[in-house]
Design a protein around this ligand. Sequence first.
Ligand SMILES: [Zn+2]
Length: 306
Amino acid sequence: MAADDIPFDKRFDLAPDTVDEVAPGVRRVLANNPGPFTFKGTVSYIIGRGKVAIVDPGPLDEAHIAALLSAVRNETVTHIFVTHTHRDHSPAVPAIKAATGALVLAEGPHRAARSLNVGEAPRLDASNDTDFQPDRALADGEVVAGKGFTIEAITTPGHTANHMAFAFKEADLVFSGDHVMAWSTPIVAPPDGAMSDYMASLDKLTRRGETIHFPGHGGAVTDAPRFVRHFTAHRKAREQSILEQLAKGEADVATLVQAIYVGLDPRLTRAAGLSVLAHLEDLVVRGIVATDGAPSIDGRYRFAGA
Ligand SMILES: [Zn+2]
């Protein structure tokens, strides 16, 4: 297997808006919002029995909200945990909170990973839920005790600056949001995402003991530490291909995308460009690559010192 071959698992057969008990104390409900970034749709999780928590209520989708509320009827929702503020994960929060009175916990509101460069708007702005506000912001390592469940917050910036994974201590598993998924690597797109943060967050998870991750899209990641190491190798291989291209001469992002991504779904071209930009930003900070001014999607890139 090549270093960048990730053993993806794309098996995932779950009917939208039906309740599926996927592990003891863990139920999941799939939202009907399939797409190139969401795979079959967003997966919301219900933790515990009787007094429960919901992880990622999902998009603003009436059928999904109704399905989640129906799944927990006769139960009390005490907590809502949000992994990050993309529109497929958090916009259903106000409706679920209004119906249940649950406490909303997350790292914080949406923010970019760095200050914006002149003339730069957040590139995937339409995907951000900028209205989201947690009732209380969680710090890294903070432990929240519910009735029958204990959740540890793990800051995992990279996909977004406010991304958080949640460890379910009693079940020895992690809700990994979009940070680690079995079906695909996540988009890391500046200025909302940052590659250096993403890589550090991957390392952080490989140092943990949990072997099962339940992601925001698709099925469970098993043997998580090993799988996550494949993600790291994949990113390093991508960085290597960018450097190989730059060894042939100065290049812009579009040229690099064309050279590196073979057989890319055309709907993902822009995201691929942002992913390459994320690597270039990281390489510029590390002094390996140079550009004129701040790294931008329109910039030209070369080896530093060339
Ligand atoms: Zn996301």
